[in-house]
Each structure stands twice: as structure tokens, then as C-alpha cells.
Design a protein around this ligand. Sequence first.
Ligand SMILES: C[S@@+](CC[C@H](N)C(=O)[O-])C[C@H]1O[C@@H](n2cnc3c(N)ncnc32)[C@H](O)[C@@H]1O
Length: 278
Amino acid sequence: MTETIDMAADQALKARHRAMWALGDYPGVAADVIPELGPTLVAASGVRAGDRVLDVAAGTGNAAVPAALTGAHVVASDLTPELFEAGRAFAARHGAEVDWQEGDAEALPYADGTFDVVLSCVGVMFAPHHQRAADELVRVTRPGGTIGLISWTPHGFVGDMFRTMKPYAPPAPPGAQPPPLWGDEDHVRALLGDRVTDVVTRRQTVTVDGFATPEAWMRYWKTVYGPTIAVYRHIGGDPDQVAALDRDLTDLATRFDRGTGTTVMDWEYLVLTARTRG
Ligand SMILES: C[S@@+](CC[C@H](N)C(=O)[O-])C[C@H]1O[C@@H](n2cnc3c(N)ncnc32)[C@H](O)[C@@H]1O
């Protein structure tokens, strides 16, 4: 059955998402909290010199820049071009050449089979319609090419954070699915279906240890991370709700804290690679 898309509603939703990801300091999060994820994905996906690579929902190029440093030809695509200035500076610092292009992961502006490797590092998971986004990943990858994804898992720290914020957030728009489902291997296998072979998955963690206390993490996070800032804006008029969310996020970080002296947390993610059928 063909899905009907209300184009006006979809554009309005994407405009809200773009504004949300432009809030705070996402470039700082990528550089200071999760910089190792991009190189991890590039290595897992076997990117090589000369490959045509697309980084979907690339942000500031966490994966695009290390991919370009292999000698690959890299397009970094994202819904939020406000992030590209920081991305260009990041690429320049490393001497990487990256082509930055605005685009929605659910309607990628590329012909079928354009890329040898299509990557997304905690990126495509935030497109609201999972099947549409997965179909686009498959479509723009050449037959026999590689799709490589890193996604936060439902029961890891970030999955738990989205569950923690949910009671304080506005209701999800109709048809939108929760981002951390992309961290569930079975969900992604079903999305990609028999259009791919050689699916390889592993779950691993990134250690986040730059914070003195769980509360220090919460205070930082609520000023830098777009989805969290948006939830605080939604409840902004109610000091009791704000205090409760502060407490819930601090409790979350406390539950994950294995540090002695300072806060040390392990945030779980799924690395999944697959080959498109030739
Ligand atoms: C958590 S950031 C990840 C950015 C980068 N890949 C990284 O590893 O730092 C999520 C990114 O998804 C982008 N994004 C959200 N919805 C999108 C959509 N529908 N199409 C393309 N990009 C989208 C946001 O603009 C943001 O840059």
C-alpha cells in the first residue's frame, strides 16, 4: 500500500525539527561528548579512498570528516544547515574536503545508486518516519554498496533519556516513531528487509566522563542539546515541572554513573553495517 504524505504537515514538522537541532550547541556536543563515534562508524563501514560516500544527518561532520580523510569523496547532508559553518571549520582544521548539502533523510535529493557507502551516525534515527528514511538509504546506495549506521539503543543511556523526557514533552506528531528504535537490531533488519545482505551488528559504548557530577551533566545538557532544550521550553511556564525534570535527568545520570570522584557514564549504541543486493 502506498503511504500518503501530507506535504504541508511534513514540511512544518521538518521545519520544527530543523529549528530544534539549531538550538543550543550541537557542535560542542559532537566535539566534546561523542567525537569517537564518527571514526568508529567509518572504520566499521570500510570506507576507502575513492569511494563516493554520503553522510546522512551529518550534523557537523562527525563521520563525514574522518570519511573524507581516507581519500573518499564525501557529501555531508543534513536537515539543519545552521550546523554547516561549524562543520566547515571542523573539516578545515583536519584538512578534509567535504561537500555540505541541505537535505531531508526522508527525501534525499540524489539519484538511485549514487553512493558506494551511505553512513549515518546517530543521525537518520531522528527522522520521524523510519520506513521512509530506510527506503532512501537503500535507494541512494549502489547495488553491492554499504550502509553503515550508529544508533543509540532503546535501553542505553540516550534511550532512557528520551523515556525520561517523554512525560514532559508535547505529544509526538502522528506517524512519528521513537528515535532509539533504530538501536534495536530487529527493527532495522525489518526496515531494510531483503534489499540487503551481510548484516553485521555489535553493541558497544562510548564513555562520557567530562562532568564533575550527574547534576553538572544535567545543567550542561539542558543548555546544549536541542531535543532537551525543546522539552524545557515546552514546560517553561511551570517551575514545578522544570524542577521535576531537572531531578529526573539528574537521577538518570546518577543511575548510570560508575565514577568515583567524578561522573563516568557508558552510553550504549548499535553499530550496524549491511550490503545492498548486487
Ligand atoms: C544527534 S545529531 C547527529 C549529527 C552527526 N551525525 C553526529 O554524529 O554528530 C542528529 C542530526 O540529525 C539531523 N536530522 C534530524 N532530522 C533529520 C532529517 N529528517 N533529515 C536529515 N537530517 C536530520 C539533525 O539536524 C542533526 O544534525
